[in-house]
Design a binder for this molecule. Sequence first.
Ligand SMILES: Nc1ccn([C@@H]2O[C@H](COP(=O)(O)OP(=O)(O)OP(=O)(O)O)[C@@H](O)[C@H]2O)c(=O)n1
Ligand SMILES: C[C@](O)(CO)[C@H](O)COP(=O)(O)O
Length: 237
Amino acid sequence: MEYCVVLPAAGQGKRMRAGKNKQFLELRGEPLIVHTIRQFELDPWCKQVILVANGQEIQAMKELAKTFQLSKVTSVVEGGEERQYSVKNGIDSLKDDSIVLVHDGARPFITIDVIHRLVEKAKEIGAVTVAVPVKDTIKKVTSQKVVKTLNREELWSIQTPQAFKLAVIKEAHQKAEEAKMLGTDDASLVEWNGHVVGIVEGEYQNIKITTPDDMLFAEAILKEREMRKDDENRTRL
Ligand SMILES: Nc1ccn([C@@H]2O[C@H](COP(=O)(O)OP(=O)(O)OP(=O)(O)O)[C@@H](O)[C@H]2O)c(=O)n1
Ligand SMILES: C[C@](O)(CO)[C@H](O)COP(=O)(O)O
C-alpha cells in the first residue's frame, strides 16, 4: 500500500534555544531530520518524501539528502511563516491521488508498524491521526483557577503522522486558507471542514523534539532501541 509523506522542517526551533533550526542538531552524529527521513527510507510502502525547508536552508537540506543517501527525497519545497503554510506548500506540490502523510520533521521515532496501521485506516476512511491516551489528569484552567476536571477517558494526545486521501487534505487546507483559519495540526482543518477524522493508537516514544530536555529523552530512546536490536541479533544467532 503506497503513500507519499510531507515532512515540515521549516520551523525555527525557538523553544530549543540552540541558536539554529533544531532539525540540524545531531543525535549520534546524524542531524535530527536525517533520523526522521530514515524511518521513511526504510519503509517499502513509502514512495516519495517531500521535505519542506526554510528558504535559506533549502540547499543545506538538499546536501543532507545527498550526503546521507536519502534517495526518496524527491523535492525540497520552501516553507511558510506558520507550520500550516509549510504543510500546504508541500501538499500543493503533490499531484497523484494516493494517500499522503504529514509528519513533523521533529518526530524521529515513528515506527513502521504505526505508519502501516495509519495508512490502512486512511485508505478506508480518508483521514486519520496517530494519538496516545493522555496519562495525566487534565483540568481546564482560567485565570489560574480550575474551572473543570475533564474526563480522561475521552482525552487523547495528538501526534503525527496524520494520513489523508490527497483530495481531502488539499480541500481542507485550501478552505482554511480562504477563511484564515489556523490550526495547530492538519487533522483539525479536516475536522473543521466537516470530515470525520479517525484515530490510530500510537506509541509514547513518538515524541516531538521541542525543548532541550527532549534531546535527553531522544538519547535514551536511541539507546533502548539499540539494545533491543542487539538482543534480537543475539537471539537470531
Ligand atoms: N513555519 C513552520 C513552523 C514549523 N514547521 C515544522 O513543523 C514541525 C513542528 O513544529 P515545532 O516543533 O513547533 O517546530 P518549530 O516551529 O521549529 O519550534 P518552535 O515553535 O519552538 O520555534 C517541525 O518539524 C517544524 O520544523 C514548519 O515546517 N514551518
Ligand atoms: C502537529 C503536532 O505535532 C501534533 O501534536 C503539534 O500540534 C505541533 O504543534 P507545535 O505547537 O508546532 O509544537
